[in-house]
Ligand binder design. Sequence first.
Ligand SMILES: Cc1cc2nc3c(=O)[nH]c(=O)nc-3n(C[C@H](O)[C@H](O)[C@H](O)COP(=O)(O)OP(=O)(O)OC[C@H]3O[C@@H](n4cnc5c(N)ncnc54)[C@H](O)[C@@H]3O)c2cc1C
Length: 434
Amino acid sequence: MDYLREVEGKRVHDPFGDKMFKNARRVCVPGPVIVGAGPSGLAAAACLRERGVPSVIIERANCIASLWQLKSYTRLRLHLPKEFCQLPLMPFPTEFPTYPSKQQFVDYLEAYAKRFDLNPQFNETVESAEYDHSLGLWRVKTKALFNKEETEYVSRWLVVATGENAEAVVPGIEGMDEFVGPIVHTSSYKSGDVFRGKRVLVVGCGNSGMEVCLDLCNYNATPSLVVRDTVHVLPREMLGVSTFGLSMWLIKWLHVRYVDQFLLLLSWFMLGDTTKLGLDRPKIGPIELKMTSGKTPVLDVGTLAKIRSGSIKVCPGIKRLSRHTAHFVDGRAEDFDAIILATGYKSNVPSWLKDRDLFSEKDGLPKKAFPNGWKGEYGLYSVGFTKRGLLGTSMDAKKIAQDIELLWKAESKHLTAFICPQPSSQHHQLMSKN
Ligand SMILES: Cc1cc2nc3c(=O)[nH]c(=O)nc-3n(C[C@H](O)[C@H](O)[C@H](O)COP(=O)(O)OP(=O)(O)OC[C@H]3O[C@@H](n4cnc5c(N)ncnc54)[C@H](O)[C@@H]3O)c2cc1C
């Protein structure tokens, strides 16, 4: 790890030092820098630690798993059974139900971080990360939330774990500024309590939109659901097992098209014809669609029954909004008190990662299809961008740890006495933390 000793020397003659970070604190990290302390960042750090590789996790929020702790609704449960959502090296407690609640999942992640002694640097946002070819190292620049202090982490490896859901997608709808009621994204929605007795328009018919509608019904609000696209709705369980588990098992034996036909037939028996409820199905089957486009089928937890009973009304796309009214593309218009945008999330990687090889600038996801998008050039890795939820996270995390361990061990052989130049007390803390 002689490279770390070189860093300070080269910095003196640093041709790349930009003005903004000229006075930044510099931290030499012997192991990888991991950006994001969600399930993916934690899983990668735990797998690395298990193999004796220390890492530093940088997180913009004040807690681990901020998507789950700060940006999700109260009634949220894991959509998939727990055996498909546990992180490597530590199963869920046996007493947890098949679909753990949000709080149980957060408790599990807190216990996970404790068990592997993972202590992220909280309230620090990564503003840029760039590979410095002259040093052969990644330069990761961060800004602290409160004192705005700038820090540059220098490392041989960079693991991107900022997630497919880093930023809320807020569509531009004509007349949005005119609408007098609140317009909130699901990332700010906690429960239907504040919408009691209100007419609420929910835009987007994925799992979140469907569940928010159900939640609103439970709080005596009157939800309407905007369904613009086709959507596959499947029962959460079939033949006494989870639909997801059944699909995963069938796909081992049958072609995906047969699996889809089987799932759609069973869905038809159990849920009826969803087209009659205003929910047209895509031409491609649910599993093939997930594999080719990443679009997740909705797993019904009771919303369809509410649509069927008329408690939730299905509406077409919105053409424009006015003060109290949504005008739909079919010419209808209806008054609402509030609008909830269940319009999803997007990756923020292109806004801070200067490398353009691993990630696409367009959608911030790896350019190479699963399972090949986890590794880039020069020690760059991605974890949790597989469109396969936490199962994909576990697969990535294990591969990354295995890969880095080989290099780590090779380089450790050359390690005689590692002394980082001008060490700060913080630096020593970081080295021994994760
Ligand atoms: C409502 C909902 C329900 C879901 N249910 C399931 C489920 O049941 N099963 C399943 O497998 N998957 C589910 N998912 C998919 C979900 O993406 C994963 O569960 C999981 O949260 C992904 O983990 P992650 O660590 O990759 O991303 P995140 O959980 O999004 O974590 C990324 C972290 O990176 C931080 N970050 C982002 N940008 C920066 C930056 N520039 N600097 C520093 N930190 C940064 C964020 O603050 C965040 O804490 C669900 C998703 C949603 C939205």
